[in-house]
Design a protein around this ligand. Sequence first.
Ligand code: UD1
Length: 431
Amino acid sequence: MEQYVIKGGIPLVGEVDIAGAKNAALPILSAAIMSNETVTLENLPDVNDINVLIESIEKIGAHVERVDRHTVKINGSTISDCAVDYESIKKIRASYYLLGALLGKYNRAEVPLPGGCNIGSRPIDQHLKGFRAIGAEVSISHGTIIAKAERGMRGAHIFMDVVSVGATINIMMAASRALGRTIIENAAKEPHVVDAANFLNSMGADIRGAGTDVIRIRGVEKFHGCTYSIVPDMIEAGTYMMAAAATKGDVVVRNVIPKHLEAVTAKLIEIGCEVEEGDDSIRVVASRRLMRTHVKTLPYPGFPTDMQPQMGAVLAVARGTSIVTESIFENRFKYVDELSRMGANIKVEGNTAIIDGVSGLTGARVSSPDLRAGAALVIAGLAAEGFTTVDDIVYIKRGYEDFDKKLQSLGAEIREVASERELRKFELSVG
Ligand code: UD1
């Protein structure tokens, strides 16, 4: 029973360093096995999803050396198996990146269908459509996706039916080793797509246009080694910015790329925060009660779906009625019932949440339904009066490095506890 227990009502104040982006690190770690030379990856976040993926990579035979908490060296020359084991990979959604990596390198991949957060139906038809377009035969048997291209892969012109981060990166990986030129139209433009492309290029790939909606890839015969540092995590940064807003705090997030956070920054300014951008930092100051707004999640550069629950927690205590529309994943309002238990006044109709801001929340025992919803509940607990206990923090640990410790460094009273006794002890110690 791992939980966070929080005594709320304390404005967060101080500076916090942001880790490398989980959603960039997952494809980059997968792609690293495509080289037979050593690849050094720096600024990896130390979170559960990354550690699960590293174990899976080791299990198929790659050599992984952990240099320090945030650095690994990977050598894919010793891979002996193109079939990824279900037990090791079932917990993470991004297992699908091993499909693109193994297919690109060996023209064959067997990867169990992905698991991950239950935030709605998460088809992977666009990934498979892309693999098929470049010449792979793809079938699904006993829960495993089998992709093979016995006669090799050939570049193709692919138009994505939906904007998908995962499919764009996966096709980019496989097509980097196909013969000739691939064009991906209606590609995702997220910073992690750009980071994955930059990394592949550092290994010798020829990818142009990442960050726009047309990506051009010229296949190359092999990849070499390189050293690469993962881009900062815009969602982790955005989460601390929201925590500052909800607690009427004053927080500087450091080691970020402010441009990646423009949609989040714009909304915070709109609801009444002061936001100062530095070269690689952003300061958020919330000195008065915030105001209502409308938010609609969209692919980058729109407002990120991964920030929607945290924004919902902030708007729950803002003045007036806010409308939040979720247009990417239909099941992303699971935090609403839990927030309501803390006194929030929110009604969900289809893909829209109507949030009537209340003057304050009260602490309660709540449970984390998924990664970002869990982060939203922690933010709500930090803003609420009294004690909040957040259960099922295993989800939160999938994506946030040292969440409790970083919040403590900003003045929050939050502890991870593993028993009822520890919980009582914390409650007594902070009064
Ligand atoms: C990634 C992120 C996730 C984020 C999401 C959107 C990782 C590990 N996860 O997820 O945190 O919330 O981007 O920014 O990086 N779709 C299809 N068919 C497909 C693929 C996707 O219909 O083959 C749909 C999805 O159901 C969804 C939309 O496209 O409605 C976007 O999904 P996608 O960008 O692929 O999300 P992920 O890559 O899974």
